[in-house]
Ligand binder design. Sequence first.
Ligand code: NIG
Ligand code: FE
Length: 412
Amino acid sequence: MTSDFSRCRRIWSNVRLATLDPTVAAPYGLLENHALGIRDGIIAAIAPAGAVESAAADAQIIDGGGALLTPGLIDSHTHLVYGGHRADEFERRLQGASYQEIAKAGGGILATVRATRALSEAQLVAQARPRLLALLEEGVTTVEIKSGYGLTLADELKMLRAARQLAREFPVRIRTTLLAAHVVPPEFACNPDDWVELICSDLIPRVAGEGLAEAVDVFCEQIAFNPAQTERMFTAARDRGLGIKIHAEQLSPTGGAALAARFGAWSADHLECLDEAGVQALRQAGTVAALLPGAYYFLRETRKPPVELLRRCRVPMALATDLNPGTSPLASLRLMMNLGCVLFGLTPEEALLGVSRHAARALGLYDSLGMLAVGRSADMLLWDLDHPAQLAGQVGTPRPLQRIFAGEITHA
Ligand code: NIG
Ligand code: FE
């Protein structure tokens, strides 16, 4: 930590910092009556409020009036670019049909694949905008967006480009993930290995070459891809220097999380069926366990991820929306914080860490984002809140007083 405010261009004074910095001993890394200065979009100084006296004459000093400053929220797992909706399936599930039954009958992910293929890149962007905006308005400053509803070379690239376009339109950091292995495309139903081969030999090199994604994700599940196929794709991703993520142990135990851990994955996501060996594998690899309580809730699952074991083994837990049309059409990260506490038993502090520091790690951004500390990006939120636990304890209110993206005060 440094108290040199002389080179800071903008300073928030008289604020309470929920730093979430592990080197700050208090819960939430709380620092009362502090000041935080930024320069070039990066946090440059943090010190007790009195230290702002050393600020340069032309620095902008903002009196926070005792408000709470937190890191910007990070949604580390979304599928928010897609076409159409699946309200008909919602009705069928309420009448008793299961997610797997609907998928086997050609609905589910494949229904959204048809709708997504039918749209142009511009139309996809138009449909995604309100979803992204909903996240930004509640304080999200970084969002991961996956492909996976195109399932042809051209349509997967179209989805990733749509996500990149959103990043140009909004004050938000967008990280994209290639999820061409979301489900076997209908054209490859009889020879799924050929699709896997195409992903490895064509899509991954192309996406890496064009800088269209930072990571590769695989849905490792009985209704999607098996561990052997998953391993082939992870090998191709690693060879191209891409990060690795996995949808694993959601509906059945496949060993996918341990497999991903062997590849040094950034995160393993869902994990309702994760066993002890899987938890140990994540711990050893430093892989984040990304919990998605929206999908658990929306599918009325009963098996919960092993939160107590993950906690005991000190596996970092992220929380994300999994925003998608089938299992989590829920564009609220604050809601996920609440569900994470109420349904999975996280503490409000764990919930906040799950959408900040640990979410940054789940996106390979641990060194630059996710806490209020010198050297990190100044993505921050100013809140009219007495207690940081209110962020998980209530939904819908408050909205941030200020949303600061890379040091600039922005409106979503
Ligand atoms: O994360 N598990 C696979 N993918 C999504 C569901 C996508 C869908 O049903 O459209 C998920 O839950
Ligand atoms: Fe997902």
